[in-house]
Design a protein around this ligand. Structure first.
Ligand code: MRU
Length: 371
């Protein structure tokens, strides 16, 4: 085997690859480090985010991506913002104004995944509880604590939902979409944690990973994670899912979520809705896995979920290679919404919601919901 690049060796040595980490430094100079997912699987490289514009850029350009991971990045981004206030010598109301503006920039970096605004608002609520005379250093200490709490919590939520999901995953091969693993969360993942937990319990299957056009999170990231884990993975073009389902070898489809409304309608990576329709047509159970921080109980149904539209270049010149003639337009919604009636169950850290209705969602998440 050829020697691994040093950074790959470092990641392989960790129990699981991770999407982001806080690098501590004295005198408030700590910063957020994200594993640059735009370079995977070819290169494993970390990117320093030392100011809020760098954090926002990393989120917008999908260097860090996946609903829970961008929430965690947003929370650490608030600690970075307080570090900026410290470096600029801000005091009193200037600190609060600075942090409020930074909070809005972070919360709006991407619109669909509710985890981002949820995490930033948890930070601003913690700030509001500090005394009026709090210094930039006080704010930074508090914000870093909250960000670490959110990160640690997500790790625990992933482990719990992985266990619940593994218990109900039907026999047969598994079909998944996009990337929902360590790279998308602060822990083992959501849908991918269900798959890896089942594998760790001794279940054997092949994971079919939709390549996930146009940015190829399935081919580049899910396959990368599963190859590292030694779990058999087969990548297919998204359009092959119908034919694969017709063969009868898929026991279940399982995907993640960017935002789930009160009635269970689920926004997730573009192509999820089509996959759910295909699964229904072939009688294959379709599961969603997501932590409670991905539910938005303020929205009754999926029609209120904002759908991110991304650049035409991602479709017309995927990975920088022109695929359509100059002059063609592109339609590039990053997410779609799958209605609850197509979802057999939603795996959460609190158990599996099935059937998926407003009542069953409320019964599982109502009390002490994270959203
Ligand atoms: O655009 P992305 O790559 O951030 O989209 C990610 C997804 O759609 C995931 O399925 C979702 O965020 C859940 S990640 C655990």
């Amino acid at each position: 085997m050829p020697p691994m690049p040093e950074s790959t060796a470092r990641i392989a040595a960790e129990s699981e690859p991770c999407a982001l980490r806080w690098i501590d430094a004295p005198a408030g100079h700590g910063h957020l480090d994200v594993l640059d997912q735009t370079l995977l699987p070819g290169r494993v490289a970390w990117r320093d985010c030392r100011d809020v514009p760098a954090v926002v850029e990393a989120i917008r350009s999908l260097r860090v991506r996946g609903a829970p991971a961008i929430g965690i990045a947003g929370a650490y981004g608030m600690a970075v913002a307080a570090g900026e206030a410290l470096a600029e010598g801000l005091a009193g109301v200037a600190i609060r104004d600075h942090l409020a503006a930074r909070a809005e920039a972070l919360a709006t970096a991407r619109p669909t995944a509710v985890n981002l605004r949820w995490a930033v608002e948890r930070c601003t609520a913690a700030l509001a509880r500090l005394p009026a005379g709090a210094t930039a250093r006080d704010c930074r200490t508090r914000l870093l604590t909250v960000a670490r709490e959110i990160h640690d919590e997500d790790r625990r939520l992933c482990a719990a939902l992985g266990r619940h999901g593994a218990a109900i995953l039907p026999a047969g091969d598994v079909l998944t979409h996009c990337n929902t693993g360590c790279l998308a969360t602060g822990g083992a993942g959501t849908a991918l944690a269900v798959i890896t937990s089942a594998w760790d319990l001794g279940r054997r299957f092949t994971v079919f990973a939709d390549e996930t056009r146009p940015l190829l999170q399935g081919a580049r990231l899910t396959a990368w994670e599963l190859v590292q884990r030694g779990i058999p993975v087969t990548v297919l073009v998204d359009a092959a899912a119908g034919h694969l389902l017709s063969t009868g070898r898929i026991g279940a489809c399982i995907v993640g979520a960017a935002r789930i409304a009160a009635h269970g309608a689920t926004a997730n990576k573009l192509g999820t809705y089509a996959l759910a329709l295909l699964a229904a047509a072939h009688g294959v159970p379709f599961y969603v896995a997501a932590p409670s921080s991905t539910f938005d109980l303020s929205l009754a149904d999926g029609s209120g979920i904002p759908i991110e539209e991304r650049s035409a270049a991602e479709v017309l010149a995927p990975l920088g290679v022109r695929a359509a003639p100059a002059g063609a337009a592109a339609y590039n919604p990053a997410f779609d919404v799958t209605p609850a009636r197509l979802i057999r169950g939603i795996v959460t850290e609190r158990g599996v919601i099935t059937p998926v209705t407003r009542q069953t969602v409320a019964a599982t998440l109502g009390a002490g919901s994270a959203s």
